[in-house]
Design a protein around this ligand. Sequence first.
Ligand code: AP5
Length: 219
Amino acid sequence: MVKQSFAVFLGPPGAGKGTLAAALVKKYGCLHVATGDVFRRHVRDKTPLGERVASLMRAGEYVPDALTNAVVKEELDAIRARGPRGWVLLDGYPRTEDQARYLDTLVSVEAAILLTVPDPETIVARLAGRRVCPTCAAVYHVSAKPPRRPDACDADGSPLATRKDDAPEVVRARLETYAQTAAPVSSFYEKKGVLLRLDASAPTQDLVARVEPVFGAKA
Ligand code: AP5
């Protein structure tokens, strides 16, 4: 019987975690849980959680571990209750050592994909050109992945938007936050022998091919 397997996607803002995860969802039918998307939905819907996290996200800071862990537990409980099989991809979680240790109490992570970006200009160009669908969270890029019709989502036709936290001063803060917290998380998975480092400068289809031995083997 095919069981549920869990992978985490690590890397700086704009590395392409969500884009690679979406490609794997399309190719292998994986489930995708992105904590950033969950928080953005709460902000959009003005829930109590959304009201709490909005200012942190606008400032490029992390949501406290306890809140983030609770959100992830709720998402994983819902997935378990529905009972699907195959890969569950956690995108943008964990981002701190505490989160990694907490996740370890919930599930066994079989693969940690760390997207590295050697040239910081890559991140600047990717975030400056990113456009997102406010309805379904699909991600585009004005030149690398343009929508079929200008400024409209291919999936549902919604007008595309830029993310507020892609403003240059917030991107600087997000990169700084990432630099302060990332190393212990990758070490955590390196020690477990499940860390795979990928140079994220490559085109998405090359990255999909690089992870094929992981995700294709158990799709
Ligand atoms: P989140 O939404 O997770 O933001 P992030 O980690 O900063 O990552 P991004 O979504 O910006 O980038 P990505 O790596 O997914 O890149 P993408 O695929 O879009 O989190 C937002 C905020 O929520 C955080 O700042 C924090 O406040 C809070 N939060 C979330 N999780 C949290 C946690 N665990 N703990 C605490 N707080 C948390 O690609 C970017 C662009 O590049 C796109 O336009 C894409 O088309 C293009 N692109 C991607 N790959 C390629 C490629 N290979 N070649 C060419 N172009 C590419």
